[in-house]
Design a protein around this ligand. Structure first.
Ligand SMILES: Nc1ncnc2c1ncn2[C@@H]1O[C@H](COP(=O)(O)OP(=O)(O)OP(=O)(O)O)[C@@H](O)[C@H]1O
Ligand SMILES: [Mg+2]
Length: 236
């Protein structure tokens, strides 16, 4: 099953407009997304990678989802910490994530890619496919259509999936001692569904999604990611 068939069709349809089709040769930027369940080490690895690339003189921007724009940060608050979030339906959750993403892509990501920047996203559309589609159980076709509408053909050149055994991720989150947000407070089974969902997605799109074993020391993971990024960037 090709999970991004709708997005791919959309990208083709809009390819005559360079502003809407950034995965063509119209720009030199590179879009890299990090995915994986809570506590798998996304923020840690993004920090290591961004530091390394910046030290090497490269233009790098890091943004997080939901968030990354003023509108997106308000949406983030609603999704993660607002009292109102306790009665949020799965459908509303899906659309809020999509709203934040639609804003981020147009306000920030596309202009940065046009300027040749390497854009690193801490979560992107795959999070929605996995969390709202596969784990929450919303119809996958609707999730894909909304995702495709939100990103309008702006897809990652490379997605790093940090894969971690669910119990290890669980321990890492709880070891931090901080208060858990709405998503982090889900039962263990939910995180197992998330992990398996991501792996299924990676099997469906091996050309874009690279699975990286996140159960190792941070420096080893960092070295592997660096190699992946360098190899893929040269392909564009
Ligand atoms: N390779 C690693 N080995 C052991 N601990 C790690 C590793 N990478 C990160 N950690 C620790 O695990 C915790 C979660 O890491 P991090 O915040 O990077 O994950 P995350 O994927 O960004 O989580 P979230 O989805 O909640 O944002 C942190 O306390 C971090 O220091
Ligand atoms: Mg993080």
């Amino acid at each position: 099953m090709l999970l991004f068939d709708i997005a791919a069709r959309h990208a083709k349809k809009t390819s005559s407009n360079p502003a809407q089709s950034l995965n063509t040769a119209t720009h030199n930027g590179f879009l890299l997304s990090f995915e994986g369940s809570e506590g798998c080490g996304k923020s840690t690895q993004i920090r290591l990678l961004a530091e390394h690339l910046k030290a090497a003189g490269q233009a790098v921007e890091v943004m997080r989802e939901p968030g990354g724009t003023a509108i997106g940060e308000e949406v983030r608050h609603l999704l993660q910490h607002a009292k109102a979030g306790h009665v949020m339906t799965h459908e509303a959750e899906l659309l809020l994530f999509a709203a934040s993403r639609a804003q981020l892509v147009r306000e920030k990501v596309r202009p940065l890619l046009e300027a040749g920047v390497l854009v690193i996203l801490d979560r992107f559309l795959d999070s929605t496919t996995v969390y709202q589609g596969m784990a929450r159980g919303l119809p996958l076709a609707s999730v894909q259509a909304i995702n495709a509408f939100a990103v309008g053909g702006t897809l990652p050149h490379l997605t790093v999936l940090l894969d971690l055994e669910t119990d290890t991720a669980w321990q890492r989150i709880h070891a931090t001692g901080r208060e858990l947000d709405r998503m982090e407070s889900q039962p263990r089974e939910f995180f197992e569904k998330v992990r398996q969902g991501y792996l299924e997605l990676a099997r469906a799109e091996p050309g874009r999604i690279a699975v990286v074993d996140a159960g190792r020391a941070p420096e080893l993971i960092h070295a592997e990611i660096l190699k992946l990024v360098e190899t893929r960037r040269h392909a564009f």
